[in-house]
Write a protein that binds this ligand. Structure first.
Ligand code: TXA
Ligand code: MG
Length: 326
């Protein structure tokens, strides 16, 4: 049984109690819904992997109410503090050396010497993290390899009966996961995953960013970078310049292609923030329409390659990537 909790003082209180007792609560953040468990209890973390059906080799992000709490768990550099000051609370995850005094379990950190930390934005997630008072590990609240949820009802579609509760704080504002920045290497910070904070905004503080060397199925620097990660059921075709009646259209901008069997416009106005917020809902919607109407695929109109457009393109490339054999 999965409880559906409202974001009221008593809902928050219940959610915090479940987490402290080692249970699982999905909650809204500004990016996507996370599937939270107490990062200090390996049994709680194990339940997260089990509920998601997630391969064990994925380290999880630990979430905190404040930068001070986050920096108790890692060795923070001056650059990390500047980034935290500029972007927290907000959609930025920093990978830093794990402090020797860190209370985060090895299972949550996947035994790595580094730890990913983030301070999410939003009244209810902030109140929840304050009430729990411990690091909360939370991957996106979807089954492994599926579309990230940006609404409480998406979470229930994926995980109903597999988790203790979902705290409903409404739709997520950013709609894309956080940007993951690795500060452990010498030299430039490495952008492991594009996300809610555009690279250009980071570069104003960090200078030029570095990028992971290669993207392979077998040894991803960051498992969020695995190909075929954000997979709808229907095959996805990128940069479509025309569309057929048997396809669903994921459009962008004021001139959606004519002739599709179903359509979802990421942003009529061509606004990339709006498009990011509507991306995962759009893929879900077209998937469902596909099942009803017997569509054969999803065609995606080009999205510009700047700002949040880079993160949107990244997610779409994954949605279109060849699927691993199951
Ligand atoms: O917006 C978000 O980041 C959401 C919300 C719930 O906070 N969380 C999320 O978690 O997207 P998840 O587990 O789906 O993605 C975490 C990403 C993965 O790509 C993972 O590999 C990377 O962060 N990551 C975590 N710990 C890491 C570490 N120590 N070193 C490198 N990458 C790490
Ligand atoms: Mg995920």
């Amino acid at each position: 049984m999965t409880l559906r909790l409202a974001a009221t003082p008593s809902g928050l209180e219940t959610a915090a109690r479940i987490l402290r007792d080692g249970g699982l609560v999905a909650f809204g953040t500004e990016t996507v819904y996370g599937l939270g468990g107490d990062a200090t209890q390996p049994a709680a973390v194990a339940r997260i992997f089990e509920a998601k059906n997630r391969p064990r080799f994925n380290p999880l992000i630990s979430h905190f109410a404040t930068a001070e709490a986050a920096f108790e768990q890692v060795v923070a550099t001056p650059l990390a503090r500047r980034l935290a000051h500029a972007f927290w609370p907000g959609p930025l995850t920093l990978v830093l050396p794990r402090a020797s005094t860190s209370t985060v379990s090895d299972l949550a950190a996947d035994g790595l010497e580094s730890l990913a930390v983030r301070v999410p934005k939003g009244e209810s997630i902030q109140a929840l993290l304050r009430a729990v008072g411990r690091p909360v590990a939370a991957p996106s609240a979807n089954r492994s390899g599926r579309i990230s949820p940006s609404d409480a009802s998406h979470v229930l579609e994926e995980l109903e009966g597999r988790i203790d509760a979902v705290l409903d704080s409404g739709p997520c504002q950013v709609g894309l996961e956080s940007t993951v920045l690795d500060l452990t290497a010498e030299g430039s910070p490495i952008l492991l995953r594009p996300g809610g904070i555009p690279a250009e905004a980071l570069e104003e503080i960090c200078g030029p960013l570095a990028y992971p060397e290669s993207e392979t199925e077998t040894a991803p620097a960051s498992p969020g970078r695995m190909l075929s990660h954000y997979a709808p059921a229907l095959p996805v075709r990128l940069n479509a310049l025309s569309v057929s009646p048997t396809e669903g259209l994921l459009a962008f901008g004021p001139t959606p292609l004519a002739g599709a069997g179903a359509g979802w416009n990421l942003s009529q106005a061509g606004n990339l923030e709006e498009a990011a917020a509507r991306l995962f809902s759009g893929l879900r919607y077209l998937d469902k329409q596909g099942a009803v109407l017997g569509l054969t695929g999803i065609a995606v109109q080009p999205v510009p390659a700047h700002g949040l457009g880079l993160a949107i393109q990244d997610r779409l490339r994954r949605a279109a990537a060849p699927r691993p054999a199951l």
